[in-house]
Design a protein around this ligand. Structure first.
Ligand code: AMP
Length: 450
């Protein structure tokens, strides 16, 4: 056991020297809020439901106490379930870093990788298994991953797990973990569904909430804008925005895999260093894209919600919602990709006429009015079907505008097209929420405040 002075802020939370030393190696100096609250509670063995924004250090908040409480004489003691492969991979990597001065063994299991390979990994008798719900159940049914003796069970990003449709799998996993256990749920938002699950599967849970009533749910460091733009202008507006902002690392969210591909292609055509990531990519392709993004070889990632979960890259400077999320909780997760751990960031959300209600739902959810933003140099164009000589069918989202496109890469100058029909981005306004609309610093009471 390495000798250190257990004197830093993490040892004050009750963490043992081997863990404190690993945190020291990682240059973790101050615990984040969720860590300060959750670590001492979890060290007592209590069941916990923790609400924390993404990127606030929640992995360490649940991972460190588990690591400390593991009995290294027994394998298969802790199960950490995540909604996506990317998050599973990151959580396991983070746990390995935390355990560098302990002899705890970790593995990660997820769909899309050969099950035989994972069966082999399980033969090494790991102490901690991190994985996605489907693959965990699959391995359990094959007899390779008995769950009956798990002493620690964590469900990370539970809200997302439910959104994706893993509710039954969560139930099945909990039913299979029969031994007396410590159960921890971590989620950015806590809704009635999650509360019901907590009621059924936890004993005297401690509730740890970090998004207080007077805070917004998204990172306050992220400046959040809304951009009024019509569907046929979106790709041009996006290029213009990227040209103007010159983001270090950006994620652009689209609703479908098809639009992800189209947008990535449309950006690459103009010399933007963009790559698509979505569920149709093979696991090794996804990993290659993520490696490129992490190392800065790719600086614009175009993604679906699902593929973006768990992307933990510190320096993401911009999140652009090319398609406004239909579920306001998805907005919280998307914007949570930027301004992580105290860094700053910007989030832009494209909203077309007819989508105002979605904007209102988001504003109510995050307790904050989005600031309207006009992209410098961008002027909206006429609806394609109304242009002189237009074919009867309107052009689809992302097609080149009638007035032409920039031609020479990110730094190309962007010709403006004339505004038509009196429509201008800033003329867009969302309908009044049912609550009184107040200035940007005003607060809406929301359903989820505690
Ligand atoms: P998470 O919310 O667990 O995804 O953590 C976000 C990122 O912050 C991860 O890359 C962590 O390694 C890092 N991190 C977590 N806690 C701390 C801390 N106390 N000090 C510095 N970095 C941290």
């Amino acid at each position: 056991m390495p000798q250190i002075e257990p004197s830093n802020a993490f040892s004050a939370l009750g963490l043992e020297p081997a863990i404190v030393l690993a945190l020291d190696d990682l240059h973790f100096v101050e615990p984040s809020e969720i860590q300060r609250l959750m670590i001492p509670a979890a060290l007592t063995g209590a069941d916990i439901i923790g609400q924390a924004r993404t990127g606030t250090g929640k992995t360490a908040a649940f991972g460190l106490p588990i690591l400390q409480r593991l009995d290294l004489a027994h394998s298969l003691q802790a199960l950490i379930v995540t909604p996506t492969r990317e998050l599973a991979i990151q959580v396991e990597a983070e746990m390995v870093r935390f355990a560098r001065h302990k002899l705890a063994r970790m593995i990660v299991v997820y769909g899309g990788q050969k099950i035989q390979h994972q069966t082999k990994l399980l033969e090494r008798q790991p102490h901690v298994v991190v994985g996605t719900p489907g693959r965990i159940l699959d391995l359990n049914q094959r007899g390779s991953l008995p769950l009956a003796n798990m002493k620690f069970v964590v469900f990370d990003e539970v809200d997302r797990m439910f959104d994706i449709g893993f509710r039954d799998d969560v139930r099945k996993i909990l039913a299979l973990c029969k031994a007396p256990r410590q159960t921890i749920f971590v989620s950015a938002t806590i809704n009635d569904d999650i509360e019901r699950m907590v009621h059924q599967h936890m004993t005297n849970p401690q509730r740890i909430f970090t998004a207080k009533a007077d805070e917004t749910l998204t990172n306050p460091e992220a400046v959040q804008y809304v951009v009024g733009v019509q569907p046929w202008d979106k790709l041009r507006a996006l290029r213009c925005l990227i040209h103007h902002e010159q983001p270090g690392l950006a994620i652009i969210f689209c609703r479908t895999k098809r639009s992800v591909d189209k947008v990535a292609h449309g950006l690459c055509e103009r010399g933007v260093n963009a790559s698509a990531i979505h569920g149709d990519l093979l696991q090794n392709q996804r990993e290659r894209v993520m490696r490129g993004f992490r190392t800065g070889k790719i600086n614009v990632l175009v993604a679906t919600d699902l593929a973006s979960r768990g992307i933990d890259v510190h320096e993401i400077s911009h999140v652009i919602n090319y398609d406004v999320p239909e579920d306001p909780e998805a907005y919280v997760h998307r914007v949570g990709r930027t301004a992580r751990m105290g860094a700053t960031g910007k989030a832009f959300t494209f909203v077309s006429l007819g989508q105002a209600q979605l904007q209102t739902e988001i504003e109510k959810m995050i307790n904050h009015l989005l600031e309207e933003y006009r992209i410098p140099g961008f002027t909206p164009s006429m609806e394609p079907s109304k242009r002189p000589g237009a074919l009867p069918h309107p052009a689809q989202d992302g097609r080149p505008s009638a007035s032409g496109e920039p031609t020479g890469g990110v730094s190309a100058s962007l010709p403006a097209t004339p505004a038509v029909d009196g429509y201008a981005p800033t003329s867009f306004t969302a309908p009044e929420p049912t609550l009184t609309r107040r200035p940007i610093s005003g607060r809406f009471p929301t359903r989820r405040r505690r």
